[in-house]
Design a protein around this ligand. Sequence first.
Ligand SMILES: Cc1ncc(COP(=O)(O)O)c(C=O)c1O
Length: 412
Amino acid sequence: MPDKPLDLDFVRAFFPALDDGWAFMENAGGSLAPRTVIDRVRDYMTECHVQPGANAAIAREAEARMRKGHETVAAMINADPDEVVVGPSTTRNAIALAAALRDELVGGEVIVTNLDHEANNGHWRRLAESGVAVREWRVDPETAELEPETLRAMLSERTRLVAFSHCSNITGGPNPVAEIAATVHDAGGRVCVDGVAFAPHASVDVKALDVDFYLFSLYKTYGPHLGAMYGKREHLLKAKGQYFFFHGEDDLPLKMNPGAPNHELTAGCVGVGEYFEALAAHHLDEPADDLHGRMRQVFGIIARHEESLSARFLGFAADHPKIRVIGRTATDRDRRAPTFSFTVAGVRSQDVPALLEARGVAAGAGHFYAPRILDAVGVDPADGVVRCSLAHYNTLAEVDRLIAALREIARD
Ligand SMILES: Cc1ncc(COP(=O)(O)O)c(C=O)c1O
């Protein structure tokens, strides 16, 4: 029997922030948190706000809750917990990683893209100051897409690392990560993948993708304000520790997490797992054996709903004479996340959010820390694009509200 379609009343009841009546469409900036997460953070702060691991029952309880949160994050991406750093943000994790790998990269080449957010980009580029050759894998300006063949031609025995994204936070278009990783491995390099714009929409399996490093932000994946970084154990062991000197080089993942993890927010990550467990129990007739598997099944149901949101929006926008959508206008779930960036002819992008706000839609405008891609497709990063980024709790009625607002704004 096919699984039930996504029950939006059930889903939306988990998110107290949805009660404010807004059509919230800045999810790529930060998703809303379900009450399971809010409760776990509050419980930790009220019940065990002490130094975890100290010699008292309450401190052991604190440590156990953090460990469970950490294990939840690892299960989300099918990783072992010691291979997952739960740090303050993706940007901070990427800074620590670039510093940790610097000595291994000096004398070789790092390839970055002009598609991506600066988090998995600028810190690698900066290694040029330390003697790393940095090259840029550029999008096709017609399509705003990275072509794997272009990368293939750039790879050589000097390639040490290729940093790219699983999905663009501007175009919503996913890249074939497993295929790219295999190509880079064949050339003797490693990959560092920014999964921030992908993880809120689909299951991530770092083992199946065979990536070397993978980053995503929990606060955009229905969790608290944290970032997670996976690294293959052998790479993390070899990387230079970024915490205090007495944390040994085999002290994983702590040595890669300067300042140590945030206590209550790490504990709060348990709530992300609980949210997906609730969705699984509500929707699945034959749930998989573990959290990762059940999340994969739930994301399959989510994808069908998100596909319908994309079809509704792009059905309006793709052929609109005054709206230019940046990137793919395909609606099928394997080909895009419901993140829509566009410009409106005759209206400054910077003016659009206020016009949408007056019509009950919360969205953003700007370059969203990915100015290079806007430059590449001929959009002035100073004005930027309007971005409406949806999540699974958005409704078709909200998309209709957006469309009605844009009809007025574009005066069609
Ligand atoms: C695609 C992408 N990568 C990386 C980041 C940076 O994430 P963080 O805020 O956790 O540093 C963002 C944030 O917007 C993003 O959209």
